[in-house]
Design a protein around this ligand. Structure first.
Ligand code: MN
Length: 159
């Protein structure tokens, strides 16, 4: 958790290059080996015990995707770079720079970089939050009842 210590000690972290910030560590997306995802990195930009939230920057390489998951905590997302698509509940949404996306509690979601460029976004969450749940085969089957969602998920799984 070295990136959190750095942020607390230092009031300014300058932009380094290309959506990277000085003193902010670029981390693997997640350590959960059960979860399916592809070519995505994470930087925790703001995290402090006095804030109840954390602001992270995620970047998905072209063709990559985040984990299909749900959880009790909410995501507030601001697209900063590139374009792509996301699944929120049963909706497949096109994403462009400066779009805002809210992922409500216990809503299946996944982000994909489909635009041939990296898809970079800020994601605000509660600092204390529950662990993501992964879909069961039954959950996947229920999601795939919608043709548009089925197409989105098939692409994400590389089928
Ligand atoms: Mn999530």
């Amino acid at each position: 958790m070295t990136e959190k210590i750095n942020i607390r000690k230092q009031p300014l972290h300058r932009k380094a290059h290309d959506f990277r910030w000085e003193g902010v560590e670029e981390l693997p997306y997640k350590e959960d080996k059960r979860a399916l995802f592809k070519t995505i990195t994470r930087q925790t930009l703001f995290s402090d015990p006095e804030l109840r939230g954390e602001l992270r920057y995620f970047e998905i390489a072209p063709g990559g995707f985040s984990t299909l998951e749900r959880h009790e905590h909410v995501h507030a997302v601001l697209i900063l770079r590139g374009s792509g698509r996301c699944l929120v509940g049963k909706k497949v949404l096109a994403l462009e720079v400066c779009d805002l996306v809210t992922v409500p509690a216990m809503t299946w979601h996944q982000f994909r970089a489909t635009g041939g460029t990296p898809l970079g976004f800020l994601c605000m969450v509660n600092a204390a939050r529950d662990k993501p749940q992964l879909p069961t085969p039954r959950d996947i089957a229920a999601l795939k009842e919608d043709a548009q969602v089925a197409a989105f998920l098939s692409e994400a799984a590389g089928e």
